[in-house]
Design a protein around this ligand. Sequence first.
Ligand code: NAD
Length: 438
Amino acid sequence: MNVSVFGLGYVGSVSAASFAADGHTVIGVDVNPDKVASLNEGRSPIVEKGLDELIRDNTANGTLRATTSTSDAVENSELSLICVGTPSRRNGSLDLSYLERVCEQIGEALRGKEAYHVVVVRSTVLPGTTHDVVIPALERTSGKTYGSGFGVAVNPEFLREGTALHDFRNPPITLVGHNYVSDAQPTEALYARVDAPVVNTSVRTAEMIKYASNTWHALKVCFANEVGNLCKRLDIDSHEVMDIFCRDEKLNLSSYYMKPGFAFGGSCLPKDVRAMQYRAKEVDLEMPVIGSILGSNGLQIQHAIDMVTESGKKKVGLLGFSFKAGTDDLRESPIVILAEALLGKGYSLSIYDRNVSLARLVGANRAYINEQIPHLSSLLCDTVDEVLDRSEIIVVGNGSPEFADALRRTRPDQSVIDLFRVKVDRKDVPAEYTGICW
Ligand SMILES: NC(=O)c1ccc[n+]([C@@H]2O[C@H](COP(=O)([O-])OP(=O)(O)OC[C@H]3O[C@@H](n4cnc5c(N)ncnc54)[C@H](O)[C@@H]3O)[C@@H](O)[C@H]2O)c1
């Protein structure tokens, strides 16, 4: 392909040189003439292991050159990759001035170009930016319409400085956000020689994935450091702890616990987070990340309470009472906290949980149910349908498989708040449906 790469910084230089090495013909563009000259002389404009050699070889064989001229670059390529900076302002917002300017320049160059051209946003931008800034700037200056006159895709970069060439060649995924297949195809074709699964999604989802990823990486660093700081105080080798911790790929480093939904609860997580925080306090250690976990969890419970109260409906049915399906353990169940809050506000409740009903009769938690929460125990119904019949609003609290079927039996005058994301086709739910965080 003929590709132009706008911005010859860390991302743009690595991308331009790597695409050229893969057999594409690449034109790098930068407003900084020194970077352009450097690349044309076969030298890397940035320090990155192996990049000098790659740029030298590909400028020598004619597959890579640089220019300050946007029109030269756009005219001689079918796809433009935007890799300009999107730095932080003092208040944390993104400075989009470079992005907007480069889009205006590309748009002006597109005005005189007949062939369909795809603009690929590789810079990191917040969800909505492509639709609110990139596309309007391109339309305004090109006089063309997105979708027919030109295309746009979002292709976030996952490389790390220092190992950027290796990361370019071995990315976890190649992510392509687009609204038209005609824009996805050329973007994917760029990566024909890169061995990674291509994941297609919408523009806004692709933008968000980049932020979820980087924030997760930042969270991992701070979590590991806080664990490390506590280990040091307790005279435990933090590296041994985290090395062994990382060997658990079932719960620790896995997709488990990574589904947005309701608060955690049960007899272990709240108790153990609390105890670890207490131990840190005893050794005068601050752990702001770990220290904020229970507060965040509490807010999610409050969020569910607010959703019910804002519905204006007073008869509430709870499907699921224990903190997860398949257990009768009610200790620190966030649904119990939700139920108590609603009861305190004068709501009428009907509750169904197969395992809790069973436990009420024979289970190990019978004493807990009868002694600790007798006021809630009396609200337990024996069947799902009793709850459905009595309720104006139904809250799904856990993922018990029978709840999908229950939602199909709701009425159009009812509302459903799903805290779990039951596997059910929304079209099959007669009630008004909303999820807690989707
Ligand atoms: N650095 C990384 O490791 C990394 C990794 C993934 C994503 N990102 C994201 O990629 C984007 C680029 O980051 P970077 O570190 O490569 O930035 P950078 O600051 O190193 O490079 C940006 C380049 O864009 C050039 N530029 C600015 N306006 C231009 C214009 N109108 N036309 C042509 N060139 C122009 C600048 O002169 C500069 O050389 C950012 O959004 C960043 O968040 C960076």
